[in-house]
Design a protein around this ligand. Structure first.
Ligand SMILES: Nc1ncnc2c1ncn2[C@@H]1O[C@H](COP(=O)(O)OP(=O)(O)O)[C@@H](O)[C@H]1O
Ligand SMILES: [Mg+2]
Length: 361
């Protein structure tokens, strides 16, 4: 287990980590998710002992390691840019960590350890190759092997896939997940990519401005964020401030009024007048022209609006709809947009279920 308690780190005037707490369970994959510049690399660097914290404690399996030199911490590091030595071949690169005295146990000798590590990452037979002549994916495998060869207590990976193309990235992502589970290695994986975080993490911590906003399982973070920053980060586009206007426990619903419109959501015990933030995912809204039959009988929410804009949003189309002064984003497929013949200014009806409205209390 890796634990950080109240870690602070400033570079000059710039406070990069502000009393950061984090706890990564033994044998699990902990993902640190956050946008560029929020302090992810600095966090890993402090854990590895490459950057000295100003304040706070670092524990590895209960042992305080603040004063343990980096090579004695039993921590493997995989860098975003691979950081391989161009003048050494693959074998020598993997052996490097062992020679540098990073290894805790000594059984087997270097040759066995290097071979085992290269096998783990699917690179046996690559020993004599020049790393600079390998593909990006292969280079990152070498870097992974170099970290694994020392049989570390835990491994830190800093956006290891971000320089790879999409196909290789996905394949290597699966392999890293498999490998991590197979050897039950305590891991901290840093990324700015939500999809990667969701796919890999046993737990995800969303980081912002040098601290953790919220940590939880991928499902919790994605479907039930407790924090508005996290909600926005995971793509909860429509977030409306409102007040609870009515409670209807018998029917299992409650009413939130934003001032511009009312939303019906699933009942939770609360009281009328409580301030909440009601969120609706763009992909859970069904859009129809006002003069069409919607046929969505189970939908409790029906809001009329007018199209402000239509734009491409990844594989989907994002339709921005003015709803009585607020704006709601709706994602629909390209085909649906074409079939509906949508145009700016069209009057539309937005329908969605009570279960599609999520409240941050
Ligand atoms: N060695 C350093 N000296 C000065 N500023 C640094 C140093 N390392 C990082 N920073 C600053 O700390 C902030 C966080 O950086 P970093 O931890 O690399 O973020 P992330 O990995 O999340 O993108 C940035 O503003 C960066 O410029
Ligand atoms: Mg970084």
């Amino acid at each position: 287990m890796i634990q950080l308690d109240g870690i602070c780190k400033s570079f000059g005037e710039n406070e990069v980590l502000s009393s950061l707490d984090l706890s990564a369970k033994k044998g699990k994959m902990f993902v640190l998710l956050g946008s560029s510049g929020c302090g992810k690399t600095t966090t890993l660097s402090v854990i590895a002992g490459l950057t000295k914290e100003d304040k706070g404690d670092i524990y590895l399996d209960g042992e305080r390691i603040n004063d343990t030199p980096p090579h004695k911490r039993g921590i493997g590091f995989v860098f975003q840019n691979y950081a391989l030595f161009p003048h050494l071949n693959v074998y020598e690169n993997v052996e490097f960590g062992l020679k540098a005295g990073n290894k805790r146990s000594t059984r087997g000798g270097n040759k066995t350890e290097v071979k085992r590590a290269l096998e783990l990452v699917g690179l046996d037979g690559f020993e004599n190759r020049n790393p600079m002549k390998l593909s990006g994916g292969e280079q990152q495998r070498v870097a992974l092997a170099r970290a694994l060869a020392t049989e570390p207590e835990c491994i830190l990976m800093d956006e290891p896939l971000s320089n790879l193309d999409a196909v290789v990235r996905e394949r290597l992502r699966h392999e890293i997940a498999q490998l991590q589970r197979d050897i039950g290695l305590t891991s901290i994986y840093v990324t700015h990519d939500l999809v990667e975080a969701m796919a890999l993490g046993d737990r995800i911590a969303v980081m912002n401005n040098g601290r953790i906003e919220e940590a939880g399982t991928p499902e919790k973070i994605f479907y039930k964020p407790e924090n508005e920053f996290v909600a926005r980060f995971i793509g909860m586009k429509n977030i409306f401030e409102g007040k609870i206007a009515a409670l209807d426990e018998d029917n299992g619903v409650l009413q939130v009024s934003t001032g511009n419109f009312d939303l019906t959501t699933v009942f939770v015990p609360s009281s009328v007048g409580t301030r909440v933030k009601a969120c609706v995912r763009p992909e859970e809204i069904i859009l129809a022209k006002s003069d069409q039959n919607t046929n969505v009988r189970s939908a409790r929410n029906e809001i009329a609006g007018r199209i402000v804009s239509i734009s491409q949003n990844g594989p989907l189309m994002r339709v921005l709809v003015d709803v009585g002064g607020d704006e709601m984003s709706v994602d629909i497929t390209r085909l649906a947009a074409r079939d509906l013949g949508l145009n700016r200014g069209d009057r539309v009806l937005l329908t969605f279920k009570a279960t599609s409205v999520y409240m941050i209390l």
